[in-house]
Design a protein around this ligand. Structure first.
Ligand SMILES: [Zn+2]
Length: 269
C-alpha cells in the first residue's frame, strides 16, 4: 500500500509498505506509463490488477484472461491464496523470462504471448511455493521450481484431462533422462546451475512420483497441509519429507533419495 506522496519541492517521495513477509528478490518497482485493468475474480473474490506498458499490444491483456480460474484451481489444490491481491506486469523492454515478484509477477511480453497460460500458472503457483514458503537455502530451490512446474501439470489436467497431463509428464521425463545431476544435489556448494532444468523438471517429477506412491487423496492432503502449515515462513526439503511421511504413514526416504539425490533417474512408480 502506498502512503500519500510527500511533495519535497524538486522531488516527490512515495512510501510503500508490504504487510506480508517478503524475500528481498520478490520486491519489484516498475516506473513507466502503464495501462491498467482491474477486476474482482468472480471465482476467487481476489482483486486482480494487470499492467501493460504503453507500446505493448493491449491484446496481451487476453493472456491474463484465465487468471481467476487458474487461482481457483490452485486454491483447490494448494489451499488459501497467501496474499490479498494478484495480477501481472508486462514491461515494454524485452528481458526474456518471467519472475514471480510478490502478488504481481513480471512477464516478458514475447514469452507471455508465446507461452500463455502455462507461464501464468507457473508464476501464480510461486505465490505459494517460493514466496509464501521460501526455501531456507538456495540449494533447495526445487521446492520452488519443482512445485511451480507441477502446477503446470495440474492446470493441463484441469483443462485437457488426465491423458494430456500424462503426456506432459512423459515429456518432462524424457528431457531429464540423460541428465545425471539430481535436483537435491545440483546446487550444493555453488550457484552455477541454480536454474537448471533439473530443479524444474525432475523436481516436478519427484512430486508426481510421490503422488503415484501415496495416491491422489493423500498427495493433495500433503501439499495442502505443507502450504498451510508453513505459510509465510522458510522451509527445507526435510520439512516436506517429514510431513509427507507423517500424513501418508509411509517411510518415503527411499523415494526422495532416488528422485532428489541419486544420479540415475528412477522409473516413475
Ligand atoms: Zn519458476
Amino acid at each position: 500500500a502506498a502512503a500519500d506522496p510527500v511533495d519535497n519541492g524538486d522531488t516527490t517521495t512515495y512510501t510503500f509498505t508490504e504487510d506480508d513477509l517478503m524475500a528481498s528478490y520478490l520486491a519489484t518497482v516498475n516506473i513507466a506509463q502503464y495501462k491498467v485493468r482491474t477486476e474482482i475474480g468472480t471465482k476467487t473474490g481476489i482483486p486482480i490488477s494487470n499492467y501493460i506498458e504503453k507500446g505493448v499490444p493491449v491484446s496481451l491483456f487476453d493472456a491474463f484472461a484465465n487468471q481467476d480460474e487458474i487461482l481457483a484451481m490452485l486454491i483447490d489444490r494448494f489451499g488459501p491464496y497467501p496474499y490479498d491481491e494478484a495480477g501481472g506486469i508486462v514491461p515494454a523492454a524485452p528481458f526474456g523470462f518471467a519472475l514471480e515478484t510478490q502478488t504481481r509477477p513480471v512477464y516478458d511480453k514475447d514469452m507471455l504471448a508465446e507461452v500463455g497460460d502455462f507461464v501464468v500458472v507457473h508464476e501464480l503457483a510461486h505465490q505459494w511455493f517460493g514466496n509464501s514458503l521460501s526455501p531456507q537455502t538456495w540449494d533447495q530451490i526445487w521446492l520452488n521450481e519443482g512445485f511451480a512446474t507441477y502446477a503446470e501439470v495440474l492446470w493441463l489436467e484441469h483443462t485437457d484431462g488426465e491423458a494430456a497431463a500424462a503426456g506432459y509428464i512423459q515429456t518432462l521425463y524424457e528431457s531429464e533422462k540423460d541428465f545425471t545431476t539430481p535436483p537435491g544435489v545440483i546446487n550444493s556448494g555453488h550457484s552455477d546451475d541454480l536454474f537448471s532444468s533439473s530443479v524444474y523438471y525432475r523436481g516436478g517429477l519427484t512430486l508426481h512420483a510421490l503422488r503415484n506412491t501415496v495416491g491422489d487423496k493423500t498427495f493433495f492432503e500433503i501439499i495442502k497441509t505443507y502450504a498451510t502449515q508453513y505459510a509465510h515462513s522458510n522451509v527445507t526439503t526435510e520439512d516436506f519429507i517429514t510431513l509427507a511421511e507423517e500424513i501418508s504413514g509411509q517411510s518415503l526416504d527411499k523415494l526422495f533419495d532416488e528422485w532428489l539425490y541419486n544420479d540415475t533417474l528412477p522409473e516413475l512408480p
